[in-house]
Design a protein around this ligand. Structure first.
Ligand SMILES: [Zn+2]
Length: 178
């Protein structure tokens, strides 16, 4: 059992959310393909069978991304560890160029003057360091003004990191139906 999984029950107890059990599921950090089963994959079987590139990660089922989602995986040092294909298009950056770069070089808070500017970073830091509660922030690509995206932030791992799922305004309208 990994460090990530071992720490979960304790966190639930502290937060007093045991009554509303959070469901978890596995997905590929590269292509978002779901794991074959809900069982934790063996440490030697963490490489995604669909793309052969990504590592299977666990996250809250209510934020689980699909292959149509733009998402990033950010570690506790605020460095990018994975970028989905859709996010590479949205942010105009290739994954290999994005890996190990600070997230602030790709995505920044949309209204630096309206928010403190720390909301997005704080939510990532919180998720990457153990908080199970999902958070959201309004962000924009670092090089584009006038584009506002909703970022949903939740823990994923192992190793423990923050999953950031971006929703472009157009997608938000479509999804408002469901
Ligand atoms: Zn994959």
């Amino acid at each position: 059992m990994s460090e990530f999984q071992r720490s979960r029950p304790a966190l639930r107890l502290v937060q007093g959310t045991a009554s509303e059990a959070v469901e978890w599921a596995w997905f590929c950090g590269h292509c978002a393909a779901p794991a074959p089963t809900d069982e934790a994959p063996a440490p030697t079987a963490r490489v995604c069978r669909s793309c052969g590139l990504g590592l299977l990660l666990e996250t809250r089922r209510d934020i689980l991304p699909t292959d149509r989602d733009a998402f990033l995986v950010i570690d506790h040092a605020m460095l990018v560890q994975a970028v989905s294909r859709r996010a590479q298009t949205l942010l105009a950056v290739a994954e290999e160029k994005a890996i190990n770069r600070p997230v602030a070089e790709l995505v920044v808070p949309a209204d630096a003057e309206a928010q403190s500017g720390t909301g997005f970073a704080a939510a990532i830091a919180s998720a990457a360091s153990g908080s199970e509660e999902p958070a959201s922030a309004i962000v924009r690509p670092w090089n584009t003004f006038g584009v506002r995206m909703r970022a949903r932030i939740a823990p994923c791992g192992p190793p423990r990191a923050a999953l950031v799922v971006l929703q472009a305004p157009r997608e938000r309208r479509l999804r408002a139906v469901d």
